[in-house]
Design a protein around this ligand. Structure first.
Ligand code: MN
Length: 227
């Protein structure tokens, strides 16, 4: 036993559909990956992909509730396809990228939109808008060996049963393979990394008591309640 000053935190893990746990190393996110969402945010859809990150321990699993975070009056939902990396790699070619994918899940990139707006305006980092505690509810991981690599399929977010976001994976500007290629040109990807691949149009605010359910055809769901 190493002489740690305090006990190191247990690894963050996500249940795998057919048993076992996926230990999370890092959580990367793709900004602006669906044209209609880019337009609703007033941005230019021709820009190359860019990335930001959330801490691994922002992940919320098992349908657990997430607390309404402090310092915001505009907590918003972004439903996203989550890619679970199962094999290390750097400088990965788009054609080989899917070989590095273990599986897929549905996730929510919860966002303090007011803090993000202020950060954008001031040219400051997005961390406190995107990487706050409990900001990444994620559903069960489905192995690609079981479901393949879905390039299309409805992606939907319901709040209290009402559809708020609706799109299709086929509308992604950067495919999963292209996102992995770009990201692995910036950092070495390792087994345990997650990539949240951007959200379709329809983002909006939620309040305490709201029940959020994200779903992607052929992959599954993610649920949380704001408390
Ligand atoms: Mn997002």
């Amino acid at each position: 036993m190493a002489d740690f000053l305090f006990e190191p935190p247990a690894p963050v893990s996500i249940p795998i559909a057919r048993g076992g746990l996926f230990a999370v190393r890092r959580v990367y996110c793709v900004g602006r990956n669906y044209a209609e969402h880019i337009r609703e945010m007033g941005n230019d859809e021709r820009e190359p992909p860019f990335f930001f990150a959330k801490p691994a321990d922002a992940v919320v699993v098992g349908g657990a509730a997430m607390p309404y975070p402090p310092q915001t009056g505009d907590l918003q939902h972004e439903v996203e396809l989550v890619v679970a990396i199962g094999r290390d790699g750097a400088g990965i070619a788009p054609g080989q990228a899917l070989d590095h994918v273990y599986g897929y899940a549905v996730g929510l990139d919860m966002t303090r939109r007011d803090l993000q707006g202020a950060a954008k305006k001031a040219g400051r980092p997005w961390e406190m808008a995107k990487g706050f505690d409990h900001s990444a509810p994620i559903g069960t991981i489905e192995p690609a060996s079981a479901i393949g690599h879905p390039g299309r399929g409805a992606i939907t977010l319901r709040v209290n049963g009402d559809v708020r976001q609706q799109g299709d994976l086929a509308e992604q500007i950067w495919t999963v393979g292209e996102a992995i290629a770009h990201l692995s040109g910036l950092v070495t990807l390792r087994a345990g990394d997650l990539i949240m691949t951007g959200t379709p149009a329809g983002v909006g605010a939620v309040v305490r008591g709201d029940v959020l359910e994200g779903s992607i055809e052929g992959i599954g769901t993610v649920r949380t309640t704001i408390r």
